[in-house]
Design a protein around this ligand. Structure first.
Ligand code: 2OP
Length: 222
């Protein structure tokens, strides 16, 4: 990478763990809380894709709440209004993966410039960064709210380049979500896939420029 390239990090699934919500879910439901959390997350991504394809937009807080309703119903679960609100609030308190704080500290110690580029709404991202303790590692954050379309729409990545006043080719998108890596590459960014050991990389689009298994690995890989 060039010394002044910018690292744009995805948030959910890359820096904080959406499946960690299963701990809060476990207190409230009788079904397998990890399975419900996984369906919640998959539905959240699916709804975001579909809204964008339909040229419609509702923010990620709305999408996240509707995806929760779907996942609960699919498992025959019901929550009181109070518990539903509590759970949605907990979503803003997701914890970072273990490698994240040491990795970001290492990147910052090397003087690298990092931002967050997320589907999260303008209310969710700052709250998540505050409660996870990740805020100080980033110069700024960018929400898809600005362009009213979700990743991997190319407009999102181009907008990020506009915000930081840099050519899109000077930005690395770092994400555990293959659709995000493929979308960013298609829009012109360089990409690093953080392989968190789940499914294989996508069979469509460009392969990532770099594959790492922790954030710290980025310092030697880029
Ligand atoms: C994010 O944009 C894709 O959910 C992921 O943070």
């Amino acid at each position: 990478m060039k010394r002044d390239d910018i690292l744009a990090f995805d948030l959910y699934g890359t820096l904080v763990d959406p499946i960690g919500i299963s701990h809060a879910l476990r207190e409230l439901i009788t079904e397998d809380s990890t399975a419900v959390a996984e369906l919640w997350r998959a539905t959240q991504i699916d709804y975001a894709f579909r809204l964008t394809i339909m040229e419609s937009y509702e923010d990620f807080a709305w999408v996240t709440a509707r995806a929760l309703d779907f996942a609960l119903e699919a498992f025959g679960q019901a929550l009181s209004t109070k518990d539903r609100h509590l759970l949605i609030d907990e979503y803003n308190g997701l914890a970072p993966f273990q490698d994240v704080i040491p990795g970001l500290a290492l990147l910052r110690s090397k003087g690298l410039r990092a931002i967050v580029l997320s589907n999260g709404s303008s209310s969710m991202i700052p709250e998540c960064l505050k409660r996870s303790g990740l805020g100080p590692f980033f110069d700024t954050w960018i929400s898809t709210d600005d362009v009213r379309a979700y990743k991997p729409q190319a407009r999102v990545y181009r907008h990020a380049a506009d915000v930081v006043h840099r050519p899109i080719t000077d930005i690395w998108l770092i994400s555990s979500n293959p659709f995000d890596v493929v979308g960013a590459a298609r829009a012109g960014m360089k990409t690093a896939w953080l392989n968190r050991g789940g499914r294989p990389f996508d069979a469509i689009g460009a392969p990532p420029d770099v594959i790492v298994s922790t954030i710290s690995d980025l310092t030697s890989a880029l």
